[in-house]
Design a protein around this ligand. Structure first.
Ligand code: C5P
Length: 316
């Protein structure tokens, strides 16, 4: 007996999922299971992917959009894995077409694959009219990838565990970002592995886990104040030295964004996308124009945050 209602919505359903930037990313030592405990503050950004799911006689997947290149259209695609996972939960055959409109850079440190999985889960749950609550969807999401629960959640949130345990953070105001998208992606496991290597090579004191995984209270207070000038100096990413070690040209990108007038810049998550926080929307447009001219990146985008988590949008 399958779960949920027996009727189906016969038309296509489209879900939109945000990208993310980590305003703070504290990484603990490597665990026995290969993962790392994190303390992170995520913010969902207006650069998003849309996933359309429609009934079909067989499973199929297409990918289009400005970041479509190098997205696998097979079972390694996270949206496809999400459809199989929800099909298993609902005990239904995954006979749907999955059409991904991709704007979030691939292997960019902005949770692009996670966004596609989150959008596929929400769109399919809606198409099948499943009786599944947000917590259950989040549990399935966490099994598929550490960042997927946040793609569902959106807003600004404190993440712990692998990043999948979330508490909302009060963030007043709107934050304006410029995103410098690199020519080559970075593999997330490779960046974590490089961090472990750099830490192993470091002579001197042991890693202090309580320090690495301290809650970023000053940042959270600054977010509550709604002042980007207070938030900017508190941006922090433990993975940044590892990303810079694997892609040294990112130093030039970070410098170019600061020189162009950003309040601060960081590598987003495992990189290589660099995210620059700007004083306001006008400044972001100016920084984006100057950074584009500097020729240090594949492309430059502006985005704002926080935005809501994955949601159904009008399919037209
Ligand atoms: O969970 P997800 O599949 O997104 O993680 C991809 C890879 O990133 C993991 O296989 C692991 O190498 C690394 N990772 C980690 N610690 C985390 C999250 C991810 O080491 N908290």
């Amino acid at each position: 007996m399958s779960r949920g209602s027996l009727s189906v919505v016969s038309d296509a359903v489209v879900a939109r999922a945000p990208s993310k930037v980590n305003l703070h990313l504290g990484v603990g030592p490597r665990r026995d299971d290969g993962y790392h405990d994190l303390v992170t503050v995520f913010q969902a950004l207006s650069l998003h992917d849309d996933v359309r799911i429609s009934p079909s006689s067989a499973l199929s997947v297409t990918v289009r959009g400005e970041s479509a290149a190098s997205v696998p259209a097979d079972e390694s695609n996270l949206a496809v894995r999400a459809v199989f996972a929800l099909g298993a939960w609902a005990d239904r055959a995954a006979k749907v077409s999955i059409d991904i409109d991709k704007a979030i850079p691939v292997a960019g440190g902005m949770a692009g694959g996670s966004a596609d999985a989150a959008a596929a889960l929400v769109a399919l749950a809606t198409l099948w009219q499943l009786d599944i609550d947000r917590d259950e969807l989040s549990r399935i999401a966490a099994e598929l990838g550490s960042d997927i629960p946040f793609s569902l959640h959106g807003g600004t949130a404190l993440g712990t565990g692998r990043g999948e345990q979330l508490i909302p953070v009060l963030a007043r105001g709107e934050y304006h970002w410029v995103l410098a998208i690199a020519r080559e992606g970075l593999s997330t496991p490779a960046v974590y592995g490089e961090l472990d290597r750099l830490r192993d090579n470091r002579s001197g004191s042991e890693l202090d886990e309580s320090e690495l995984l301290a809650r970023p209270d000053a940042l959270m207070q600054a977010l509550a104040s709604g002042d980007p000038e207070a938030v900017a100096p508190l941006l922090h990413n433990d993975l940044q030295p590892a990303a810079l070690s694997l892609q040294p040209t990112l130093r030039r990108t970070l410098r170019a964004g600061i020189d162009a007038g950003a309040l601060n810049g960081i590598v987003s998550g495992s990189g290589p996308t660099c995210a620059f926080l700007c004083a306001d929307e006008t400044e972001a447009v100016n920084v984006a124009a100057e950074l584009s001219g500097a020729g240090v990146t594949r492309s430059v985008r502006t985005a704002s945050g926080p935005v809501p988590g994955t949601r159904i949008i009008d399919p037209t």
